[in-house]
Design a protein around this ligand. Structure first.
Ligand code: NAI
Length: 351
């Protein structure tokens, strides 16, 4: 069996850090496991031509959201042997799920593998924006000491209203981690939680368009689906409270690219952070790189060393089961038996 993995190039760090499992060089630790069983493992760092040359003979494709191979319907049409696509991580929007379902290809992701990692990153970025951390840090590097300039945009998080959009595994962990900051938390999700869950998490439900003007900070945690593509349109960005902050560790395409630049440049949105872009890797001239008052990172929130271990283990578990003809972990399944089965995605793919 041929397994194709498209992974990020680890560079010199790959040699010095064996725990960097998710890079092409370390191949999720899968090489001895697969080759020991007589299977072929081809690892690419996503050179489009190499991907297209390898896909027709591939049975299992492994890729990650951090350095995705975009598995379009055209690519699926040219991959007659493809039976399983594994996302080593969480979020399978880089795969055309409808096309995979139509072809009976199973799509699985390693559900839960990096949800704590992302929740921590989101909290870090909320504080980075609200406390105005980066401009104050920049002054240190520049040999400056202008308290007025740094403090004029610095706030306490305490007492603010925070909105969570998508209260699943990550959104709920963000809510839990916000508790010690004494904020009021509202949330929107197309599936409302139970009263008990809301009570335990200390969060209150609001429809999206009611939540937008009430929040000082909004953190996005829903998947990218046909329903959430552009959910934060220019109109919705300008419907946010003036001077609010937006953090998006979910997917870049959920936020309108140029609408965001305009809202930040006009000061309607006081700051934007997150680690997700479209496309990825973001080109050097991506407009978000240079817009004012942002605190973005490259897509690393879900790929801490601990997360890499968890998603490498999960990927191996999927492969073992697949090779033994056993069903995959139910929670991992996004597309199965010709249908989009994940509860977070299925509504958007009404079949
Ligand atoms: P989850 O499936 O546990 O939660 C997603 C929540 O979003 C669910 O409660 C679902 O009902 C809700 N949702 C789905 N469609 C919606 C819509 N149209 N409107 C409102 N809510 C909607 O997923 P989890 O683990 O919390 O991850 C969420 C997303 O975060 C992933 O799909 C992925 O895109 C992103 N992610 C990013 C990572 C990173 O490294 N930056 C790593 C892991 C996930």
């Amino acid at each position: 069996m041929k397994v194709l993995a498209v992974l990020y190039p680890g560079g010199p760090a790959a040699k010095n850090t064996p725990e960097l499992l998710g890079c092409a060089e370390n191949a999720l630790g899968l090489r001895p496991f697969l080759e020991g069983k007589g299977h072929e493992l081809v690892v690419l760092t996503n050179k489009e031509e190499q991907l297209d040359a390898n896909l027709p003979s591939t049975e299992v494709l492994i890729t990650t959201p951090f350095w995705p191979a975009y598995v379009t319907k055209e690519r699926i049409a040219h991959s007659p042997k493809l039976r399983l696509i594994i996302t080593a991580g969480v979020g399978s929007d880089h795969v055309d799920l409808a096309a995979a379902a139509a072809r009976g290809i199973t799509v699985a992701e390693i559900t839960g593998s990096n949800v704590v990692s992302v929740a921590e990153h989101s909290i870090m970025q909320i504080l980075t924006l609200v406390r105005n951390y980066l401009p104050a840090y920049k002054q240190v590097l520049e040999g400056r000491w202008d308290i007025g300039e740094a403090a004029a945009r610095s706030h306490d998080l305490e007492g603010k209203v925070v909105g969570i959009v998508g209260a699943g595994r990550i959104g709920q962990r963000v809510a839990t981690r916000l508790r010690p900051f004494d904020v009021k938390v509202l949330y929107y999700d197309f599936r409302r939680l139970t009263t008990v869950e809301e009570e335990v998490l200390g969060i209150r439900y609001a429809l999206l368009d009611q939540l937008l003007p009430q929040c000082d900070v909004i953190s996005i945690h829903c998947p990218l689906t046909p329903d959430t593509d552009g959910l934060f349109s220019r109109e919705r960005l300008f419907a946010m409270k003036k001077g609010g902050y937006l953090v998006n560790t979910a997917r870049g395409k959920i936020v309108d690219t140029l609408g965001l630049v305009e809202a930040v440049e006009k000061g309607h949105i006081a700051g934007y952070a997150g680690d997700v872009w479209y496309p990825q890797p973001a080109p050097p001239d991506h407009p978000w790189r240079k817009m004012p008052n942002h605190a973005m990172t490259i897509h690393v929130s879900g790929t801490s060393l601990e997360a890499q271990k968890r998603y490498a283990d999960g990927t191996r578990d999927c492969l073992s089961r697949f090779l033994e003809g056993k069903p995959l972990e139910r929670d991992y399944l996004i597309v199965d038996g010709g249908k989009v089965v994940s509860p977070s995605y299925s509504f958007a793919f009404k079949q």
